[in-house]
Design a protein around this ligand. Structure first.
Ligand code: ADP
Ligand code: MG
Length: 468
């Protein structure tokens, strides 16, 4: 067969857009087909973060598309500019379906690409700035431009789906672009804990310390997961100090400000507070509109303004849900192939997302709404809800919060547990079961829970009337 050209690339991307709309991004159009040889097609990508994303997420769909378009059984190999310079024209290995991971390139050398997946979507360019996130964004940018010098540590906090992970990854991308050799360790707090436990068990604490203390930048997502992990807190404290003293940048994200992370050692709280603490709030309507537009553009999806406003008005709390709606729209528009995206589709996308089949409840209360309702109703303090205290006057409202979150939001058991004092999913499951069971036997409880539900839904209906 002939050598690949841009027409072939366009056909491959078109095939992917039809069959894997969710995965496709506008920059797929910049992929350069290089050559076919030894049963392998080489595709060149200039940006290391994009290259890494393709290698980790997209090999199989590409292989499928290449085969459909060319009619040949070819392996796909994503390569970076360095691979092209480094390699002789004649490749040494022949077609192997793992071919895509073979070879070395700039993106293989930096260990960050072996850690968490950085999404090319989560860049500063794709972050919409509004009143609710302006400070966090400006600080993140300053940190990325002057690591270790602008704000150290830099601590971002805010509710689920408001852009914390996005900003953390944007920092990684910006720093790596300016200086590809920067050693960044970017991980979730869970991963940090797991690696710590593994190291303890294997008696390899020296390796662990070496790994974490010899970086230029440490970025840990969801640091609130440290709650109640005494030994990990201790280790993290030392990691923090050693990096901090060496002038290395530390960036942390959390669902609560340092003082409100339950059971966090005081010495950590004060360290976290010692740099810049920035909060992200829920985005306003205008910001949501801009985000919907930006997410649609990323996916090469054309949305009429009217539909953009509709989606932004209907989904008002969690931006992840906005993105979910767009991704559903994309799939729907593929299913109804010939037709352009219309209002009915948008309605369906939003409705599906809210989980109801009758379109009764297109958006949902937030955890914050639930907490406000429950703390007001039972006259308990938020800090008690999040604490370990178990007396009934606190445990019951806490369980009701979890029950309401489970029934009226789309957060997972893990996410809900995370919100309520870093508890695990079995605790949430237990709470849901307990409340379900007791409601049947106990009239007061049944009344209280129904009342809370009414309050939440009423409050939410009011909010939904406002923006559009
Ligand atoms: P968090 O880590 O706070 O739970 P994420 O960073 O995962 O939230 O964000 C959830 C989704 O919302 C992601 O797709 C992210 O790109 C998007 N998002 C959040 N804030 C913004 C923003 N200001 N501009 C564009 N996208 C955003
Ligand atoms: Mg996150």
């Amino acid at each position: 067969m002939g050598q690949p050209d841009h027409d072939m690339r366009d056909a491959i991307v078109a095939h992917l857009r039809r069959h894997h709309p969710d995965m496709c991004r506008h920059w797929f159009d910049d992929i350069e087909p290089l050559e076919v040889s030894g049963g392998t097609i080489k595709l060149l990508i200039h940006e290391p973060v994009q290259l890494n994303y393709l290698r980790k997420r997209c090999v199989e769909p590409f292989q499928e598309a290449v085969q459909a378009v060319t009619g040949h059984l070819l392996a796909v190999r994503f390569v970076g500019p360095d691979d092209v310079e480094a390699e002789p024209a004649e490749p040494t290995r022949s077609s192997s379906f793992n071919g895509a991971r073979g070879g070395s390139s700039s993106s293989d050398e930096n260990p960050i690409y072996e850690q968490m997946l950085i999404s090319p979507d989560y860049s500063f360019e794709n972050f919409v700035v509004g009143p609710a996130n302006r400070l966090a964004h400006a600080a993140a940018l300053a940190v990325a431009q002057q690591p270790g010098r602008a704000y150290n540590p830099f601590f971002i906090h805010g509710g689920v789906g408001l852009g914390k992970t996005h900003l953390l990854q944007a920092i990684c991308q910006r720093v790596l672009r300016a200086n590809p050799a920067t050693r960044i360790h970017y991980d979730s707090c869970d991963q940090f804990m797991n690696q710590f436990m593994d190291a303890v068990q294997a008696g390899r604490m020296n390796d662990f310390r070496h790994r974490f203390r010899n970086v230029d930048m440490l970025i840990i997502d969801d640091i609130h997961d440290l709650a109640q992990r005494e030994r990990t807190q201790e280790e993290f404290f030392h990691t923090f100090n050693s990096l901090y003293q060496a002038g290395k940048q530390i960036v942390l994200s959390s669902d609560a400000p340092p003082d409100e992370i339950p059971d966090l050692e005081e010495r950590l709280t004060s360290r976290f507070n010692s740099g810049l603490v920035a909060r992200i709030d829920k985005p306003c309507y205008e910001t949501r509109v801009a985000i919907v537009k930006s997410k649609a553009a990323l996916r090469s999806l054309t949305l009429p303004d009217e539909l953009v406003s509709y989606i932004a008005a209907k989904i008002d709390s969690n931006i992840r849900a906005l993105e979910g709606a767009i991704s559903r729209l994309q799939v729907l528009s593929m299913v109804n192939e010939s037709s352009a995206i219309d209002h009915d589709m948008a309605k369906e996308a939003v409705r599906e997302l809210a989980g109801g089949s009758g379109g009764v409840q297109p958006s949902q209360p937030t955890i914050q709404d639930i907490i406000e309702a429950v703390t007001g109703y039972y006259d308990v303090k938020l800090t008690d809800l999040l604490s370990k205290r178990r007396q009934k006057s606190i445990a019951l409202p806490r369980q009701i919060c979890m029950w309401l979150a489970r029934k009226h939001t789309r957060f997972s058991l893990e996410e809900i547990g995370g919100y309520f004092g870093g508890r695990d999913h079995t605790t949430v499951m237990h709470a849901v079961k307990t409340i379900d069971g007791r409601r049947n036997e106990n009239e007061t409880l049944e009344h209280d829970v129904s009342r809370l539900e009414e309050m939440l839904l009423a409050k939410h209906d009011q909010q939904r009337e406002q923006p559009a």
